[in-house]
Design a protein around this ligand. Structure first.
Ligand SMILES: Nc1nc2c(c(=O)[nH]1)N[C@H]1C(S)=C(S)[C@@H](COP(=O)(O)OP(=O)(O)OC[C@H]3O[C@@H](n4cnc5c(N)ncnc54)[C@H](O)[C@@H]3O)O[C@H]1N2
Ligand code: MOO
Length: 379
């Protein structure tokens, strides 16, 4: 299947259910509806400077004080100056606030410039009640949490974060210490939880599965709590690769079975009989990363209802060569206005991707047109 179509297949999943979370706990979730202001902002006419609220030109006679937090601001009359703190509600009749620095005192009178409307934040001037301030599908970032609180929200309606089971196959894998003859350190188990979290899911700790058909079938069946099951390795056609056979035997429906891309062509997406998706990632770690960004990231994005934020389209260094029929996915970094290949991105090696700013999607037969960038997790 062409790379772009495979990605679109993954992105067609139906979003999960919604829940209301306290603003403080909603970080990282995706908004199920827009955030609307629940009140005018500011909610009252307020001083923007520490100084004096006045009703017209000076000189003024000092007439009391209002500090922030007061609810009854009183009144300011002609020729009066009410001392006021930034953020405090201005007294009725205020036409300007004159900052302390601009005021001098002589003969018991205050003197200073008067400019009608100056240094008053009028009710609703930042935003009116019911204005949509953040669109549905946005990620609740720390800034969104702050804004949501400013406009009066205690709870935010978000999509449930998909729970992802990660099954790591490969009898040759070791999980600590050095690789050696016939022994390969698991690199996908340590990579996936952070990547899944970054795209809005929640990964359970990776589960090791022996290269046996029955073990893989049992592990998939046991992952019943998961909204998505990811199988690492076992995606190809070798004697120890059982994923396709297990899925066929369980009457799963294949949505994507192989993608015309390099690396990562054996990746797959299927739907279990109960509707839950299974993503098969190739065992080669860089191929697994490419597949995770091709199928898993758009799938989790769709389940959370996340607005797709592409990495943008850029001009790519002409040293990159295209493949005649497959899409190439290449580790790149920005170098001024250009994007250049990092190298060290063979299927089994994460070195290039670890140094890269993004992965560039180079279509088959590419001849120098702008290419799409896939963002990589930055932390
Ligand atoms: N006859 C064919 N053989 C292969 C094809 C093919 O089209 N026809 N495709 C090749 C490509 S491309 C890839 S990628 C691999 C995919 O294989 P699997 O997904 O079945 O994975 P394994 O065979 O188990 O492992 C491949 C390779 O990756 C290493 N590996 C596996 N898991 C991990 C892990 N968690 N961390 C680090 N390294 C891992 C494993 O030791 C192997 O070296 O198939 C090719 N063959
Ligand atoms: O397509 Mo494989 O996934 O290159 O290593």
């Amino acid at each position: 299947m062409p790379w772009r179509l495979a990605r679109a297949m993954a992105a067609a999943a139906t979003p999960l259910d919604v829940l209301d979370l306290p603003v403080e706990d909603a970080g990282g979730a995706v908004l199920a509806g827009p955030v609307r202001a629940r009140a005018d902002l500011p909610a009252f006419d307020a001083a923007a400077m520490d100084g004096y609220a006045v009703a017209g030109p000076g000189p003024w006679r000092p007439a009391g004080r209002v500090l922030a937090g007061r609810t009854a601001p009183g009144e300011v009359g002609t020729g009066e100056a009410v001392e006021i703190g930034t953020g405090a509600p201005v007294p009725y009749g205020t036409r300007a606030v004159v900052p302390y620095e601009a005021v001098t005192c002589a003969d018991g009178r205050l003197h200073g410039p008067f400019e009608s409307g100056r240094h008053i934040r009028r009710r609703g001037e930042d935003c009116r009640a019911d204005t949509k301030v953040v669109p549905a599908g946005s990620v609740v970032t720390p800034v969104v949490q702050g804004l949501a609180a400013s406009v009066g929200h205690d709870l935010l309606r978000v999509r449930r974060r998909p729970r992802v089971a990660v099954l790591v196959t490969g009898d040759e894998l070791t999980f600590s210490g050095l690789p050696g003859v016939g022994r390969v350190r698991d690199a996908i188990g340590p990579m996936l939880p952070g990547l899944i979290d970054w795209v809005g899911g929640r990964a359970a700790p990776p589960v090791r599965v022996a290269d046996e058909r029955a073990s893989l079938a049992t592990a998939i069946a046991d992952a019943e709590e998961a909204d998505v099951v990811v199988v690492c390795g076992s995606s190809s056609r070798g004697a120890a690769d059982h994923l396709r056979a297990v899925l066929r035997a369980s009457e799963a429906e294949f949505l994507v079975e192989g993608v015309a891309c390099r690396p990562g062509h054996p990746q797959l997406l299927a739907r279990l009989a109960d509707g839950r998706p299974v993503v098969g990632l190739p065992g080669n770690p860089y191929a697994a990363l490419v597949a995770a960004l091709t199928l898993l990231a758009p799938l989790l994005g769709a389940l959370t209802g996340r607005l797709t934020a592409g990495g943008g389209w850029v001009r790519l260094d002409s040293r990159v060569t295209a493949h005649p029929v497959d899409t190439r996915v290449v580790a790149v970094r920005r170098d001024g206005a250009k994007v250049v290949p990092v190298g060290r991105d063979r299927p089994g090696l994460l070195w290039g991707a670890a140094l890269a700013d993004a992965l560039a999607v180079v279509p088959p037969g590419w001849r120098g047109e702008d290419v799409e960038l896939l963002a990589l997790p930055s932390r």
